[in-house]
Design a protein around this ligand. Structure first.
Ligand code: SF4
Length: 87
């Protein structure tokens, strides 16, 4: 399931720098996550990096983008051709 950023975002931008998939970008008021690039960090890290670093607990799972671990890993492989998943 991709994550999304709620209105609790304080706009610090910390998440953009730690996302291994370059899924996060600055929106009009708050940062946003591209669900086509978010893998819950599956393939890169054991924990969602945006969640770990956010001081406002703004990233949350997006129920509109439910995916299995296999689907998330397939997405990661498309984003990182030729690389081996780390987790
Ligand atoms: Fe990026 Fe991971 Fe956050 Fe998804 S959960 S937006 S892949 S840092």
């Amino acid at each position: 399931m991709a994550y999304k950023i709620t209105e609790d975002c304080v706009g610090c931008g910390s998440c953009e720098m730690v996302c291994p998939n370059k899924a996060i970008s600055e929106g009009d008021k708050i940062y946003k996550i591209d669900p086509a690039r978010c893998t819950e960090c599956v393939g890169s890290d054991s924990k969602s990096q945006c969640v770990e670093i956010c001081p406002a607990n703004a990233p949350v799972p997006d129920p509109d983008h439910k995916e299995t671990r296999e689907q998330l890993l397939a997405k990661w492989k498309k984003l990182h051709p030729g690389e081996t998943p780390k987790v």
